[in-house]
Write a protein that binds this ligand. Sequence first.
Ligand code: SF4
Ligand code: SF4
Length: 376
Amino acid sequence: MQAPSAFSSDIHLIQRLNCLGNYTEARAKSENLLSKIPADELFLRNKLLNEFEISSGRAVLESKPRQLVAALSSGCTYNCIMCECRNEPPWNMPESTIREIISLFPYLECVVWLSGETLAYPGLKELIAEGSRHKNLQQVITTNGLLMDDGWSKLITDNKVAVSFSVDAVTDKTSSRIRPDIDFETVKKNIRRFAEFPADRRFELSMVVMRSNVPEMSAYVDLAADLGAGLARFIPIQGNVCPEEVIFFPLDESIVGPVKEQLAAARKRARARGIDLENRLPVRETDEVITHEPAGMPCHMPWKKMCALTRELTVPDWFCHPMIHTLRSGEHGIMDAWNSDEWVKLRSTIASGRFAEGCSSRCKESILWASYLKPI
Ligand code: SF4
Ligand code: SF4
């Protein structure tokens, strides 16, 4: 009998074929391999079935999501200016959905825990412990860093959980404008201490880019490197909670030049400091026109990833538009949403080789790097 590692390399090849749009060969290979993988290899079977369903352009899926982003609660006592939690009535993910997520652990490659403030979520330690029993599952926590004491640092690094610190400023002045209740010095001290714990992988710093912090983007790379991060990421402000900070949706043309300058400088700083930089903004770093057409379907996200962002919203990826309203408080679960009319319709459109009507301009204009929409 073939060892699971041998299946893994075959599946990797099938993934590459799908990414290249060679669906006929991917389908034939995955169909053949499916008959060989033992039934108890839940993770590998789901991964392969998922690739088979991509190659077949299926809209209703038997396979389960491979990546999950789960917002656990709106619980947070802070008052950041751009935070959409502030406008929502308080909510917690229903217990039944939490149990459903745990039942998906054997199939998942990655789960990202979000919350109002994730470290304040009462059941987080139990979820981490349960998740760490699954060797294929990478857990990720996003946090503002204020509660990251030695106890959390040890628990997180012992369980090989990846961390993304949400830090939106370099200077005290900008930090106190954006996150008025959060002591920036304590956050930086906590991150430095966290960095001293032995870990398999380096953590990341993530900035929600908005009008106030555009001038600090390039210096942000130095802050990330100084704190010990391996990656600095820029993501755009969304929603309209703080209209004076909104610059991307809709795009304020006057900000494009300054953002590009900052991105160019940030890229240089990242090279010099030896850390990675990830730009998820809807602004290209260069004026280079991308002419290539993606081979096959433009995107595989709706087959692979589910973001359960609030109790009412699920989307394949952070910036998919429109948001798909399917998850109800305990009434529907993750898998109901996964094969809901909205998701099936989205997959059907994309399987026909087109972006869906509501797909983001960020995707349609190839602003993201090609492999983002079809990750391996
Ligand atoms: S810490 Fe996070 S959840 Fe809390 S208000 Fe700020 S952005 Fe929102
Ligand atoms: S908005 Fe982008 S990521 Fe979402 S389904 Fe459309 S192409 Fe895929």
